[in-house]
Design a protein around this ligand. Structure first.
Ligand code: GDP
Ligand code: IMO
Ligand code: MG
Length: 420
């Protein structure tokens, strides 16, 4: 058996939560492999809406096991709040969730360092979600981190205090006032509560599921253009958001990767700072923001909006070897007379068709214009009823990327999904 992978191909918020929830019935295991509570994955069904931050989006399906893999970073306060909310809805999370002992812990002081470092950056700030993601991955690669499995050690408190003190020393370089005690209290409660969950060596757990013939779906967080290596550095997150991240973040051998599903919105959004060549900082962008309800699921910040960027999409497809595309939020463009797609950039007066190293320098998009369909599509149930103009747009994307669009999502609800 192989593991299929779902990835965001843009700057996050492509609709991964919704799509993973839709795909879950075909799988035995849903596993998160990177990121942490910087993610906000929304699910809608039966007139209810849920936002998940650390827990995989398969949690609402009773017979599915959800795994938080070694590549994920966990804030016990946020995780427990999420679990309590789900329990209140009647979802018995402890029966459906396994947590990797190797997943790293976000300490209260990691959050403070995140905030202090961002404040010190001033105008060049990343626009981080301030959940402590960057500092936690820094301690992971710097070999200082604390992991979930360490909770079980008698030396845990000693190691916690040593790392916290290191952080307090580090924070002295910033002119930043902070208070840690209140959050630390909640954090310790979170750690205590976590003890009742099943900690596993998720690489063994996953490979056992494989050997028993079960199907696994790896759920990405963030998007390819926020990848620490291939994203618009330094305006990125601190983990591997691409397909390879599923291997290192779960212990899946590269040869065991099956279908690689890449999700993209019919347009583009970005939250936080950094380059966005097709950004529409105007009334058209505002129309997309309102129609698409483009406000962050984690921070509530208004998302920046713009046209689809095919140069960037092709790059993301290349890096992850995407074999199937999923287009979301086509319905948001229902009212537009014309829809534009960037097919190249002009850089220093020269036309280029690749994402350059100098992505932070001005890039002028070269657009191809498509006729809009000008009718509501969110009630459509099958492909044959989709407007010709939309299918024209879809076929162009398939031709340019060389990858079939297998799913078209026409609304936030589970049911508003057309599988081709
Ligand atoms: P994720 O981080 O990739 O899981 O995406 P988010 O949940 O942060 O943001 C996607 C938003 O779009 C959520 O509010 C979803 O409910 C919503 N959504 C997902 N698919 C569609 C769609 O096809 N149409 C519309 N209108 N909304 C969608
Ligand atoms: P999901 O999984 C959109 C962005 C932040 C910031 C940058 C770094 O919901 O798609 P970080 O907190 O990681 O230090 O922030 O990355 N970012 C996201 N943008 N969706 C996300 O997750 C994101 N997670 C981080 O806005 O620009
Ligand atoms: Mg999101």
């Amino acid at each position: 058996m192989k593991a299929d992978v779902v990835l965001g191909l843009q700057w996050g918020d492509e609709g991964k939560g919704k799509i993973v929830d839709v795909l879950t019935p075909a799988y035995r295991v849903i596993a998160r492999f990177q990121g942490g509570p910087n993610a906000g994955h929304s699910l809608e069904f039966e007139d209810k809406k849920f936002v998940l931050h650390t827990i995989p989006s398969g949690i609402f399906h009773e017979t599915v096991t959800n795994i938080i893999g070694n590549g994920v970073v966990i804030d016990p306060v946020i995780l427990m709040a999420e679990i309590n909310k789900l329990n209140a809805l009647g979802v018995d999370v402890s029966k459906r969730l396994l947590i990797s002992k190797k997943a790293h812990l976000i300490l209260p002081t990691h959050r403070i360092i995140d905030a202090a470092a961002e404040a010190a950056k001033g105008k060049t700030k990343i626009g981080s979600t301030l959940k402590g993601i960057g500092p936690t991955y820094m301690d992971k690669t710097g070999r200082n981190g604390l992991r979930v499995g360490d909770i079980l050690s008698s030396a845990f408190m000693e190691r916690y205090t040593a790392l916290k003190n290191k952080h307090i020393e580090f924070l002295k370089q910033f002119d930043y006032a902070y208070e840690v005690e209140e959050y630390e209290k909640q954090w310790m409660e979170g750690i205590e509560n976590l003890r009742s969950f099943s900690f596993v060596e998720s690489e063994y757990a996953i490979n056992k599921y494989f050997s028993e013939g079960h199907k696994i779906l790896a759920e990405g967080a963030q998007g390819s253009l926020l990848d620490v290596d291939f994203g618009s550095y330094p305006y990125v997150t601190s983990s591997s958001t691409i397909c390879a991240g599923a291997c290192t973040g779960l212990g899946i051998a590269p040869g065991k990767i099956g279908v690689v599903m890449g999700i993209f919105k019919a347009y583009c959004t970005r939250v936080g700072s950094g380059p966005f060549p097709t950004e529409l900082d105007n009334e058209v962008g505002e129309r997309i923001r309102q129609a698409g309800r483009e406000f962050g699921a984690t921070t509530g910040r208004a998302r920046r909006t713009g046209w689809l960027d095919l140069v960037a999409l092709k790059y993301a497809v290349m890096i992850s070897g995407v074999t199937q595309l999923i287009m979301t939020k086509a319905d948001v463009l229902d009212d537009f007379d014309e829809i534009q797609v960037a097919v190249a950039y002009t850089s220093n007066g020269e036309e280029i068709q690749h994402l350059p190293f100098e992505i932070n320098d001005p890039l002028e998009p070269v657009y191809k214009t498509f006729k809009g369909w000008k009718r509501p599509i969110s009630g459509i149930k099958n492909e044959a009823e989709l407007p010709f103009e939309l299918m024209n747009y879809v076929r162009f994307i398939e031709k340019e990327t060389g990858v079939p669009v297998k799913i078209i999502s026409v609304g936030p609800d589970r049911a508003q999904t057309i599988v081709r």
